[in-house]
Design a protein around this ligand. Sequence first.
Ligand SMILES: [Zn+2]
Length: 332
Amino acid sequence: MCNQQEAAAGLIPVAYRRPAEPGDEPDDGAAASGGAATEGGRSRGAVDSNGQRRALDYPPAPEPLPVPVIDNHTHLDFRDGAVEVSVRDALDAAELAGVKGAIQVGCDLASSRFTVEALDVEPRLLGAVAIHPNEAPLMAQAGTLESALEEIEQLAAHPRVRCIGETGLDYFRTAEDGIERQQYSFRRHIDLAKRLGLALQIHDRDAHEDVVRILREEGAPERVVFHCFSGDAELARICNAEGWYMSFAGTLTFKNAANLREALAVAELDRILVETDSPFLTPHPYRGRPNASYMVPYTVRAIAELRGSDTAELGAQLVKNTEAVYGSWALV
Ligand SMILES: [Zn+2]
């Protein structure tokens, strides 16, 4: 059980704390010096994209939200920081901050399998499974994409997998020669979501036009989410018109994200979702530190402030939108 007092706002949640005396904890060193991958999982490096060492301490917990919300996108299999946190501890810490559940998202076979296993033991989770657009071209080249897609379809049969994702296009990380394979994989995931009647979570990096074009060419699934929405007001208007959802992450709070704030300003209230994409995209002023679902309130409050809405009313609307996409979290 969590200790209410120790989980108070302004302090790092207990499960995320690095031991006070590094010498007390025998295996602290490996993780702190760069992070050894846990079995079947992945870990994030201790150096950022500019070659700078990142701070690996988790940020303090925010003031709990008046109305609990749901983190629409997290990677609990992806280790970051200097401590290892169990799925249950992660959701306990989130719950104390007013985040009552999350969508656990798979990006490859290992993390999609992890997702389904986590769904069996943690009722506060629903899941998404897919082959990530950065993985798909490599698998296609190696001749393993078709069998991987078959397994994703099998994993998606789990009653608490409610989404195919993350899929989409990433022109930032994928070179020219991989783009055709990436688009092929995206089309296959769209087809899968439609056949299984599941939502679709899209990863769109520097590829807005092609994402929209391919969705229209294929015929979009009934429920489409732009995860970590990265578009401007123009893409937000397209999403409004098409009935697609925009899931805002900590990037909304970044100083250089005026385009996202413009998008948020025009987004229809019933199309807005919130997520962490943890362990990535930690909201300002903790950018670069590890992220976790308990950090959602920072982004919820940023949305409320930018839209001039009441935090409790916004929270209730976000949950309504989330359940319109993924269905109920209740066990059946
Ligand atoms: Zn993600």
